[in-house]
Design a protein around this ligand. Structure first.
Ligand SMILES: NC(=O)c1ccc[n+]([C@@H]2O[C@H](COP(=O)([O-])OP(=O)(O)OC[C@H]3O[C@@H](n4cnc5c(N)ncnc54)[C@H](O)[C@@H]3O)[C@@H](O)[C@H]2O)c1
Length: 433
């Protein structure tokens, strides 16, 4: 790392620790977008709703998709962005522009790290849709590039900014759960998996080739915040097991006939992957990946500490009442969340919740982008560090190794290189733009 890069990197990190108040800059935030399909176009329209955000350039390999996104920006009353669509690596020309502060990518997974690394090398802030990386090498590349250049990147893990997730964070930080020793969560979302013509979608192509938890970050992001992973604790190891793979064949047979190519294809990915992780301080975490069997959506969060339990599936909580002995014969009873929201609503949600709830993913998208844009605008640390970004994404490659080796234990790399010991618990800023 050059001395200038090191000063920038350390200076930014120190800002995070002090939590000092910073003057609001009046300059616009100029963002270049890469990949404006289903998700990218939603991020784009949300960003355009934020004050002082400009989008001077957009890249998408699909020209019709690109033009639609350019039209969206123009219709929002901004200058038509310059378009980049000359092949898979055209984003490299775009990130080199000198009129961009940040680059946001929502391409398929295999392009996330290449885009983010190119953006950081060009001196830009970078944000990527989930997961940030699909191999361990990519995870390290994110960390190394950030440290060497002094540039920052974050994973756009919107679930971290959900109302319930932030309230539970606030409760844990105020000691309401006592010491947390166990959490569970999962990406449990039946995705169908096929285009209308019967071909696998690009996501389902990962089910053809990989047997792993390929989408770990929606549940593990919040769980790491709740359990201080990289912020006073760290993952030591995991074990992982996958069920047989039957769901995609059954879905394709139902939709396209039993003799269709997708019904007959062999899929590597088991229907339900279960990964069990342990931390240095003894927290255990059960993580599920469950996208191939028919089921309603559920992130399945469960948080357990010495004073009680929260269940996101039941939308209930149970906490022991200090000083009150349980009456003989009376079992513990689940409680409604409403009184807890009144007492423990996170300040960031109090500030923005009304506006946020008009946006998708329960408002998490809005809060996440406000936090990102604010940090870029004020040249401050991003709300999710590169270390968290790499750690959460690494579960794909590590679970794959364990599954392939009869669920053998796999050591978890310490992407922080020891900094987890002194990094403070996450503080989500109470800010607006
Ligand atoms: N956070 C969330 O809640 C959430 C929700 C949906 C999707 N996602 C994530 O968003 C990402 C995109 O998913 P999607 O459903 O929008 O997919 P999509 O297929 O609709 O969009 C991807 C876009 O990227 C473009 N693209 C592909 N390769 C490119 C390249 N090399 N350079 C430039 N453009 C390229 C495609 O043309 C397409 O327009 C994925 O990582 C997905 O996991 C996140």
């Amino acid at each position: 790392m050059s001395s200038l890069a090191r000063r920038r990197f350390l200076g930014l990190a120190a800002g995070a620790a002090t939590g000092a108040a910073f003057a609001q800059s009046e300059k616009p935030v100029r963002i270049g977008m890469v990949g404006v399909g289903h998700r990218g176009s939603y991020l784009l329209t949300t960003l355009l709703d934020l004050p002082d955000v400009q989008v001077p350039a957009i890249c998408d390999i699909n020209e019709a998709t690109l033009q639609h996104a350019q039209d969206v920006v123009e219709k929002a009353g901004r200058k038509r962005p310059e378009g980049y669509s000359s092949g898979m690596e055209d984003f490299r020309r775009m990130v080199a522009r000198d009129d961009l502060d940040a680059v946001v990518t929502a391409t398929p997974w295999n392009w996330h790290t290449p885009v983010v690394v190119a953006a950081m090398k060009a001196g830009k802030y970078a944000a990527t849709e989930v997961p940030a990386a699909i191999t361990l090498e990519e995870c390290w590349e994110l960390v190394n590039t950030s440290e060497q250049t002094g540039s920052q990147c974050m994973i756009l893990e919107n679930v971290c900014f959900y109302r319930n997730v932030l309230m539970i964070l606030n409760m844990i930080q105020q000691g309401a759960f006592g010491e947390v020793t166990h959490c569970e969560g999962g990406y449990q979302h039946y995705r169908g998996g096929f285009s209308p013509n019967g071909d696998p979608t690009w996501r389902t192509m990962f089910s053809v080739s990989r047997n792993a938890n390929v989408y770990p970050t929606h549940p593990i992001g919040p769980i790491c915040w709740w359990t201080n992973v990289n912020h006073g604790d760290r993952f030591t190891h995991l074990v992982s097991m996958s069920s047989a793979s039957r769901g995609l064949n059954a879905t394709a047979a139902r939709r396209f006939g039993p003799d269709s190519p997708s019904a007959k294809r062999t899929y590597a990915m088991g229907d339900v992957n279960t990964t069990l992780l342990r931390t240095e301080k003894g927290v255990t975490i059960v993580l599920n990946h469950d996208v191939q069997l028919p089921r309603p959506y559920d992130l399945g969060f469960r948080v357990q500490g010495t004073k009680g339990i929260y269940s996101n599936t039941l939308e209930k909580i149970y906490l022991v009442k200090e000083g009150a002995e349980r009456p003989r014969g009376q079992a513990e009873q689940w409680e409604d969340l409403d009184p807890y929201y009144r007492k423990y609503e996170h300040p960031a949600w109090k500030r923005l919740g009304e506006k946020a709830s008009k946006y998708s993913h329960l408002g998490g998208d809005y809060i996440e982008l406000v936090q990102f844009v604010w940090a870029v605008k004020n040249r401050q640390p991003l709300p999710i560090s590169v270390y968290d970004t790499a750690t959460w994404s690494a579960i794909t490659a590590l679970s794959e190794q364990s599954v392939a080796n009869k669920s053998a234990a796999v050591d978890f790399p310490d992407f922080t290189r020891g900094k987890w010991k002194t990094t403070k618990p996450v503080q989500v800023r109470e800010i607006s733009l």
